[in-house]
Ligand binder design. Structure first.
Ligand code: ADP
Ligand code: 5GP
Length: 227
């Protein structure tokens, strides 16, 4: 990834709870002249505050599959039993306006995009402290230890992929994270910056240790409730 002139595709990814939805929203609200948000299509149902054509295009499975056949998607993936995909028309519309294309997509889609498109910047979003991530992620959710463990297993995979992204955005203070996304779009990734690469290795190690410890605690809880 080289320094940036011209529009790029900027992919925001994160393990669930990392903050990508919050950051994508803040970036597009604060810098509408610089970024356009690519509205994805999905087969999942809208949540109460979501609007068709703004948050997603909410399509049924038949429509989604017809659009796949018609070649309308740049990428698509299944997540939690639902289909999600990036429309070529969205990416073209934003690029033609001279702005960066902001994508909020899961890691598999991010990998597909990287293979297909040239100037793709993949940003991985995480708070510095894994306990902050865990608390934000779990919020007021009340899940059984088995469910939490299942989600943590997915997190392990997401972290493994995230370690290969172009740049980490630390999501501690929202305004700083937003500014860092803007900087990244201008500057590109961290390739060649040894200090930043070492910092991110330390960060990922910290997350891996944290997730492993949590999984061990959950395994104990699951065993003792069975025993
Ligand atoms: P993701 O889309 O990656 O799953 P969200 O954007 O939904 O994550 O964020 C997870 C939770 O953390 C939400 O409740 C959100 O309001 C909160 N959050 C995100 N970023 C910050 C931040 N910088 N400071 C405080 N809370 C945050
Ligand atoms: P949610 O249902 O919470 O809005 O999104 C679930 C997951 O799907 C999130 O990780 C989100 O980033 C991802 N997602 C949203 N749109 C797309 C898309 O167009 N393509 C892919 N591959 N993933 C998407």
């Amino acid at each position: 990834m080289t320094g940036g002139e011209g529009p790029r595709i900027v992919v925001l990814s994160a393990p669930s709870g990392g903050g990508k939805t919050t950051i994508a929203k803040a970036v597009r609200e604060k810098h509408p002249e610089k970024f356009g948000f690519s509205v994805s299509a999905t087969t999942r149902r809208p949540r109460p505050a979501e609007r068709d054509g703004v948050d997603y295009y909410f399509w049924d499975r038949k429509r989604f599959q017809d659009e796949i056949k018609a070649g309308r998607f740049l990428e698509y993936a299944e997540y939690a039993g639902q289909l999600y995909g990036t429309l070529r028309s969205e990416v073209d519309r934003i690029r033609n306006s001279g702005r960066h294309v902001l994508l909020d997509i899961e890691v598999e889609g991010a990998e597909q995009i990287k293979r297909l498109e040239e100037d793709v910047l993949r940003l991985f979003i995480l708070p510095t402290d894994p306990t902050v991530w865990f608390d934000r992620w779990q919020g007021r959710r009340t899940e059984s230890p088995v469910e939490v463990r299942k989600r943590l297993e997915r997190t392990v995979e997401e972290l493994a992929k995230g370690a290969h992204f172009n740049r980490i955005i630390t999501n501690d203070e929202l305004d700083e994270a937003v500014a860092e996304v803007v900087r990244a779009a201008d500057e590109g990734g961290w390739e060649g910056n040894q200090r930043k690469i070492m910092d991110s290795v330390v960060l990922f190690d910290r997350y891996k240790r944290f997730v492993n410890e949590r999984m061990q605690q959950l395994n104990k809880a699951i065993h003792s409730s069975k025993g």
